[in-house]
Write a protein of this length. Structure first.
Length: 304
């Protein structure tokens, strides 16, 4: 029919443009076409058969559990450090008490005895003899402890260190007391007061000025024990290499103890030289009383 619109140019009415089957012309389902409102993702497709992706934020229960474990570990570490510190302080206090107990038993020669045993020597020569003998004694103690620790056994190490510290302390206290005799600086008082003064000198590594009693302790009080603990701790740290195995500790112990004793003697003598009293100006002093149970000092050479 002329003037009619060809079928290819006819328009469908609105709402009737797509009347095909619901599953599409080629059998595709709507859920496979994707959501019409969301664009296609350019990332890799998720593996539906693999494990689920981990959550970026842990569950509240797991987070609380981790916090509890961390706090418990911190508390245990603090408790262990506190117990270790208390045991160390107890060990140092025991060693300090041990040194205090043996100090009055150390045999000390007075000036008259020393001059008889070393005739013809002046103060400095006599002091040199005393330092040489004490250094040899502490060297022997260090070598003996090092030899005993040839094959170190950890439970025995504190005992070995304690034995060395007490042996060295006894020899050095004897040296300090006799150096004060040589330089005319005997502390006033009886055996107990002199012992406290020598302990104060050993712990502070200084000589005693007998003209100023307030500068040194004459009583075994809390301050004295604190200084002794500090001195003993310092000496134990210096003596740790003595526990090296295979006789290395014996050589190290001998060298370290000899050097430390000489350094201590140099400090004491430097202080005593400033307040020394010449022998011809010394007043007549009574002989030193003998201790009731004299301590046998290890490693000291025989007295002439």
């Amino acid at each position: 029919m002329s003037g009619s619109t060809p079928p290819r140019k006819r328009r469908f009415p609105l709402g009737k443009a797509d009347q095909g089957p619901l599953d599409g012309p080629h059998g595709a389902r709507d859920d496979e076409r994707g959501s019409p409102g969301a664009g296609a993702s350019l990332g890799p497709a998720e593996d539906r058969d693999g494990p689920p992706a981990p959550d970026r934020h842990p569950a509240p229960v797991a987070r609380r559990r981790a916090t509890v474990i961390r706090d418990k570990a911190r508390d245990l570490a603090r408790e262990g450090a506190r117990r270790g510190g208390s045991r160390a302080r107890a060990g140092l206090a025991h060693l300090a008490d041990r040194v205090i107990d043996i100090a009055p038993r150390i045999p000390v020669r007075d000036l008259a005895t020393l001059r008889r045993q070393f005739p013809g020597l002046g103060p400095e020569e006599l002091a040199d003899k005393l330092v040489k003998g004490a250094a040899a004694g502490t060297s022997t103690v260090g070598a003996g402890i090092g030899a005993a620790a040839m094959l170190p056994v950890p439970p025995a190490m504190p005992t070995e260190l304690a034995a060395e510290v007490t042996g060295v302390a006894a020899i050095e206290l004897k040296l300090i007391a006799e150096l004060h005799e040589v330089y005319g600086a005997r502390p006033p008082g009886g055996l107990k007061a002199r012992t406290a003064a020598y302990l104060s000198s050993w712990s502070g590594e200084r000589g005693i000025d007998v003209t100023k009693p307030s500068t040194y302790d004459t009583a075994l009080g809390g301050r004295m024990k604190r200084e002794l603990r500090q001195r003993i701790m310092k000496r134990m740290v210096r003596n740790l290499p003595n526990l090296a195995p295979f006789l290395v500790g014996a050589a190290v112990g001998a060298v370290v103890n000899r050097r430390e004793t000489r350094k201590l003697a140099d400090r004491i003598r430097a202080d005593l030289r400033r307040t020394r009293v010449p022998w011809d100006e010394l007043p007549e002093l009574p002989p030193l009383e003998k201790p009731e149970r004299p301590l046998e000092l290890p490693g000291l050479p025989e007295e002439p």
